[in-house]
Design a protein around this ligand. Structure first.
Ligand SMILES: [Zn+2]
Length: 475
């Protein structure tokens, strides 16, 4: 979390010396409705595109105008939304929401200063906006160039607040705040000598943790998680976090309890920025209970999942090499469906539709890849610990899976099919330890690394941070 740099002047004192409510520190939930801001705004049906909306209320001029406006009543929000929508509709001139100081309102009809607050579709509109706001051409160009230099050329909305005085066409800027949606930007304020004090604003993103708890319903983990409020895009992450601990198809039942905590950055307007990030998951079934924390060990680039004691969940092999598959035949003696006699079934069969992805159960080197008699399209991997995994009857082997290639754990190697001696689409999967086939569903798939020393100390701090926030949201 990054706060703004301490300003060289206090922007809270702007606007006729009215002390304004501080917008920092962020006390948590925004008090305004972000739906009224920018693109989410619903323009009122009758809003004439070029009319100037009424000032929403008499309020002290303050730098948080843009946020406070959103806290006003519906009428004000709609008026403002109308202004934004009208502007966005690109009529010849930008429509500005103009707000005047108490003194100026009292002194109508000759205001000498005013404040404008608006949202631009892009940074290229700055200069025109200044000019149509009444600022003298030279100063409009200079201010736009300065903002451009600070904010860069990138695409995206620009939020603009400026104060000016003078008559339209020759007015001068008193102050200017121009920011991108993450809060990064520039503040200029007129000095006594006619120049400007400049202050950079760093991105003022605040991260909030959301904790969601729920119970597995009769349909699926997916539907349970969505109805509990887990963001759609995080559900795959949740399942992956448990890929070594639970078989989400077979070991999770209705009534099991799950919890997820995810972080989301918000800009100063309260809008979500970037993608949410899962930081904690837990799952409690009748058989076992696991709680995991996302953590990037010092010196490593990738985050992993660790239990509360700092043990990594990573195992030599994943629990299963396919998602959403039904076990159609287990390891052991059985009557062979085609050959008709008792035979040791050396692996586990996972039935799933043709085309279902098959993943490498662990990081490995490809030892065999291709068609092989009754095996059909067949891949054999040799894992880093010397174990082998075998994948039979594939519909298709991915082109990069060639002998000698290295594959990462969880990387797709092919798709389910029914090639070779097979009665329907399924994966026949074997695990060999020291050359012997073992039951893939019951083997101990290896233990993960545990954090030690500094890594463990850093992990504990992170774990405690997440736990404190989880406790704070408990019902
Ligand atoms: Zn089989």
């Amino acid at each position: 979390m990054q706060d703004r740099d301490p300003p060289s002047f206090d922007p809270r004192t702007w606007g006729g010396g009215n002390p304004a409510r501080s917008r920092e520190p962020d006390s948590g939930e925004p008090s305004f409705d972000i739906r009224a801001w920018g693109k989410g705004a619903t323009p009122p049906p009758a809003a004439p595109a070029r009319s100037k909306p009424q000032p929403p209320a008499r309020q002290p001029l303050a730098p948080e105008t843009r946020t406070r406006m959103l806290a006003f009543g519906t009428a004000a929000a709609v008026a403002f939304a109308g202004a934004v929508a009208a502007y966005a509709s690109r009529d010849a001139q930008p429509v500005v929401t103009e707000r005047r100081s108490e003194a100026a309102l009292a002194a109508e009809p000759a205001p000498t200063s005013s404040r404008r607050t608006l949202v631009l579709a892009g940074i290229d509109e700055l200069e025109d906006t200044f000019r149509s706001g009444g600022i003298a051409a030279g100063e409009a160009a200079a201010a736009a160039a300065r903002a451009h230099a600070e904010l860069g050329d990138g695409a995206g909305e620009i939020r603009l607040i400026f104060d000016l005085h003078g008559t339209p066409g020759t007015a001068s800027l008193d102050s200017l705040e121009v920011t991108r949606s993450d809060g990064a930007g520039l503040v200029l304020r007129r000095k006594g000598d006619g120049g400007f004090d400049a202050k950079r604003l760093s991105a003022a993103l605040k991260t909030r943790l959301t904790v969601v708890r729920g119970e597995i319903d009769a349909n699926s983990f997916y539907s349970s998680a969505v109805s509990a409020g887990v963001t759609d895009s995080l559900i795959g992450d949740f399942a992956n976090a448990f890929s070594y601990d639970f078989d989400m198809q077979r070991e999770v039942s209705p009534g099991d309890i799950f919890e997820a905590a995810f972080e989301q950055a918000h800009n100063p307007s309260g809008e979500a920025v970037g993608v949410p990030r899962l930081v904690y998951v837990s799952l409690r079934t009748a058989a076992k209970s696991r709680a995991l924390y996302r953590f990037t060990p010092p010196g490593e680039r990738e985050a992993g999942w660790f239990d509360g004691n700092g043990f990594s969940t990573v195992r030599a092999l994943m629990r299963t090499p396919v998602d959403s598959a039904r076990i159609s035949s287990q390891f052991g003696y059985r009557t062979h469906p085609i050959l008709g006699y008792q035979k040791l079934h050396r692996g586990t069969d996972f039935a799933a539709p043709t085309g279902t992805p098959i993943f490498a159960a662990g990081s490995a080197t490809v030892e065999f890849s291709g068609a092989k008699g009754p095996n059909g399209n067949f891949v054999r991997l040799r894992h880093d610990n010397g174990w082998q995994t075998l994948y039979l009857h594939m519909n298709r082997i991915l082109p990069e899976i060639v002998v000698g290639a290295h594959v990462a754990q969880g990387q797709q190697i092919g798709e389910i099919g029914t090639t070779g001696r097979s009665t329907g689409p399924h994966l026949h999967y074997e695990v060999h330890i020291e050359g012997q086939a073992v039951d893939p569903l019951t083997i101990e798939t290896g233990t993960g690394q545990s954090l030690t020393g500094k890594g463990l100390a850093v992990f504990r701090k992170e774990r405690d941070r997440v736990d404190r926030q989880r406790a704070a949201t408990a019902d």
